[in-house]
Ligand binder design. Structure first.
Ligand SMILES: [Zn+2]
Length: 63
């Protein structure tokens, strides 16, 4: 009676061990997204922005 919704594929499931995911696969996929997102964290990107501010805007003009 305790159906949960998988955070990744949004299907209902009733398995234990991988909450809030339905399976290890979905848990892995979400972890992957999380790691990819956290590696673009602002802070290390500050240096890059200082180096090429006009570069990005000129690219925008061409579009
Ligand atoms: Zn799932």
């Amino acid at each position: 009676m305790s159906q949960k919704i998988c955070t990744n594929c949004e299907r209902s499931f009733d398995t234990k061990g991988f909450e809030p995911f339905c399976s290890k696969r979905c848990a892995d996929v979400d972890l992957h997204h999380w790691m990819q997102g956290s590696y673009v964290i602002p802070g290390s990107g500050l240096d890059v922005e200082e180096n090429a501010p006009s570069f990005t805007s000129s690219q925008d003009d061409e579009r």
